[in-house]
Write a protein that binds this ligand. Structure first.
Ligand SMILES: Nc1ncnc2c1ncn2[C@@H]1O[C@H](COP(=O)(O)OP(=O)(O)OP(=O)(O)O)[C@@H](O)[C@H]1O
Ligand SMILES: [Mg+2]
Length: 273
């Protein structure tokens, strides 16, 4: 894991409100040409507690993917800092699992071999992780498909394989960039609830980017609402929707109140007008 070589991380308190991911006045400016720059993110500051599921919503182009890439250490911020578990991120680090909109499965590898890819890349002992890979596949309803090839799966099944692959090496942080955008609404809700079951069984801190306000509210513990580019935090909302969440959670008055609050924040920022 490539965080700062700054000694051991501070001891974590018993409270699960201890910040785990800290975004400290994070700004990102891209070079477009020799003399044109684009400010994508502007002084984003927030912290996310350990094992919390944080949904990030915002209009297209406001810097959501950029935010995830900075958190993964794949991009360097123009200003500010990402701190994980007390240590600054200074480059790509091992404790991250990532899921993108496209599943990026390798067509020539079986489902099980796709899930075990991070184990191979990180040179971890396969014997220790194969059982975990199989158990993750079972948890998302893919028992029996271990030997299948990606082309034999539906889009939703492929996306589930991608999620198992992101979790197989037991990362401390799961970064998800619109992971369910390419599936139909029913499958999408089912995948979301599968994800909640997985993260209940294997607790993870999750940053989950979505365009869907409803999906953000159904899945999260808190919602970060970003405004139009350059992305800034418009609002942060604690999500008090009771758990365990089910499709029926969408009928809860709190669900509608939160959805309305988020839409209100977008409207006030001129995003929905
Ligand atoms: N590598 C890059 N070089 C230059 N500009 C970039 C680069 N990556 C992103 N941008 C710009 O930064 C802004 C934010 O992009 P980003 O992909 O983070 O937005 P987003 O919120 O994820 O959008 P979407 O919801 O459409 O996925 C956009 O205006 C985009 O054009
Ligand atoms: Mg994006």
């Amino acid at each position: 894991m490539k965080l700062a070589p700054a000694g051991p991380a501070p001891a974590r308190s018993a409270s699960n409100r201890t910040p785990f991911v800290e975004l400290k006045d994070l700004s990102m400016e891209y070079d477009l040409t020799a003399d044109a720059r684009l400010l994508a993110l502007d002084r984003v500051a927030c912290s996310i507690a350990e094992s919390e599921f944080c949904a990030i919503v915002g209009p297209s182009g406001c810097g959501k993917s950029t935010l995830l890439m900075l958190t993964a250490g794949l991009y360097h911020p123009s200003a500010g800092q990402v701190v994980i578990d007390g240590r600054p991120v200074i480059g790509p680090w091992d404790g991250v699992g990532m899921v993108f909109q496209r599943d990026l499965l390798l067509e020539w590898r079986t489902v099980l071999e796709n899930v075990l890819l991070p184990v191979e890349v990180k040179r971890l002992p396969r014997s220790e992780f194969e059982g975990r890979a199989r158990s993750l596949l079972r948890l998302v309803g893919l028992a029996g498909f271990e030997g299948a090839y990606p082309e034999q799966l539906s889009i939703g099944m492929r996306q589930r394989v991608g999620i198992c692959r992101a979790l197989v090496h037991d990362p401390v942080l799961l970064l998800m960039d619109e992971p369910f955008a390419s599936v139909d609404l029913l499958t999408r809700e089912k995948l979301g609830l599968d994800l909640l079951r997985l993260t209940a069984e294997h607790p993870k801190t999750v940053l989950f980017v979505t365009h869907s306000v409803e999906e953000a509210v159904l899945l999260s513990d808190e919602v970060v609402v970003l405004g139009p580019r350059p992305g800034r935090i418009l609002r942060r909302l604690e999500n008090d929707l009771p758990k365990p969440r089910t499709l029926a959670s969408r009928s809860d008055a709190r669900f509608h109140r939160l959805v309305d609050e988020i839409r209100g924040a977008f409207q006030a920022a001129g995003v929905l007008s």
